[in-house]
Structure formats: C-alpha cells, structure tokens
Design a binder for this molecule. Sequence first.
Ligand code: G1P
Length: 299
Amino acid sequence: MTIRKAVIPAAGLGTRFLPATKSTPKEMLPVVDKPAIQYVVEEAVAAGLDDVLMITGRSKRTLADHFDSVPELESALEAKGDTTRLAEVRRSTELANVHFVRQGQPKGLGHAVLCAKQHVGDEPFAVLLGDDLIDERDELLTVMLALQEKTGGSVIALLEVEPDQVHLYGCAAVEPYPDAGDPDQVRVTGLVEKPDAADAPSNLAVIGRYVLNPAVFGVLETTGPGRGGEIQLTDALATLASMSPQDGGGVYGVVFRGRRYDTGDRLDYLKAVVRIAADRPDLGPDLRAWLTEYVATLT
Ligand code: G1P
C-alpha cells in the first residue's frame, strides 16, 4: 500500500523561543524567507505524502492561514505584475491537502499522534516533527517509507549524538538487520524516552521522523503517562518493538548521516538560517562574501 498521509504535531508552546513565540507559533518562525513548517510540508510532499494533517492547539491560527489563499494579496501582486512573489504566495496553498485537528489538552507527543487516529484510519502513515528540519539534499523519509513497506512494521529515524546529549532525546537499543543490506538500517529492540546518560542503551537518538504501523493507535490508547507526566510516543514504540508482526509490531531504524537542524533550539536555528541562505542562488554569493569578511574580524 502506498503511504499518502503525513501527520505533523504542532501544538507545542515554543517556550525555548520566548518572547518571539508569545503570540506567534514557533512553526511560523522564518527560516530565511519561509516559515519553518513549510519546509516540513515540502519534505512530506517530496516523499509523495500529499495528505497532511496538522495537530494544532489554541493560538495556532496563523498556521492554517499560511496554507490558505489570500485573494487580496494575490490580486495586488497580479496587478503589479510581480509573478515571482505571486507564485511563492500560491505555493503554500497548492502544495498539499492540509487538514487541521486540535489537540485540546497538551498531554504529550503520543497523545498528539493519537488525535490523528480518525483521519489516518487503518493504514501506515508518517509523522514529521516541526522542530526537526532535514536538509532537502539529504535522503531520509523516502528510505524510511521503503523500509516500512519492506517490513510492515514501524520505522524511526536515528542520529548518533554525543553521550552527553542523549538525555534530550528518545534513545534506541538496536541490533543488525541484515535483510536490509545496509548497516544503517537496523532493528530496534528497545526504546527509552530521555534517559540519563548512565541508563542510555546507546548513543542513537530518535529524531523527528517516523513511519508508523496503525497498530500504534491501539497501543497509545493504553499507554499511560511517562516521562514528564506526558503520553510518550517513544513508550508506545517500545511496546510495538516487543509485539509480533501479525499484530502490527516490529520497529526498525534508519541511521541518518545527513544535515539536520533543530529549529526549536536558538543556536541550531541560527545555523539553519545561515547554511540554507548560503546555499541559495539568490542570497548565497553575497552572504558568503560577507560571512568570510565577518568571520575574519572574529579571530
Ligand atoms: C520528542 C520525542 C523524543 C525525540 C524528539 C526528537 O521530544 O519525545 O523522543 O527524540 O522529539 O526531536 P521533544 O523534543 O518534543 O521533547
């Protein structure tokens, strides 16, 4: 079955970016000249997922506005003959079928994913976390979709991190999965949400891309609050890892070695803006020239 649906949890409060996120959703912060969320939707669409469900909360209305059309802006640009900007404005509207559902109560990532149950139904689907930006030149989601199709289970994205960073992430215990024919595709045998360094089963951190078997919904319904008193997607995945394939169990991992930015972190956000702008044909040459001069003044 071809996977068409992507779920994007976007109900978080964005506290790491206050005061910028006091009245603006963190997903709307610009990365160069597009809101962060648009990169994530573009990534989903590039992988063939054109049915996008965003799980939002109060004060997230601008997210819906961004993917809607703005007739008065479009006619003003049309009247001016500004076809380039007109195309940019229309792009986010035409990109995908974007749907919205509200989480209501902030009960955690697992609970947010459970809010997608009715929309997704009984088919595998992807989950993309808005804070994680995967460079479009590096393949990840397509590899994960292929592995899900091959195994029928659920697939998570893993990143090797320094041991002192593991406590910020879900952490996976893995073993080789020779059938994949790629040492970076592994079987997941256990998962712990944000472990202390001493309890971490590895230095493989879960990053914000998942391709899930719909059995995850039944598991989430019976998953109690975990770390931080929240219903954790990581805990549901740990249960799936111990379930049999006939019941929709089995969890696999793809170790990602490309460029990933955590746009919810201020320093990583700045790096993302600089790296993406430096590679853009319109801004890159001038930015690189200035950066070189600027860096020389720092030493
Ligand atoms: C969530 C997940 C965590 C994962 C992380 C990736 O945590 O709960 O397992 O490693 O996303 O970004 P959060 O960053 O929302 O606290």
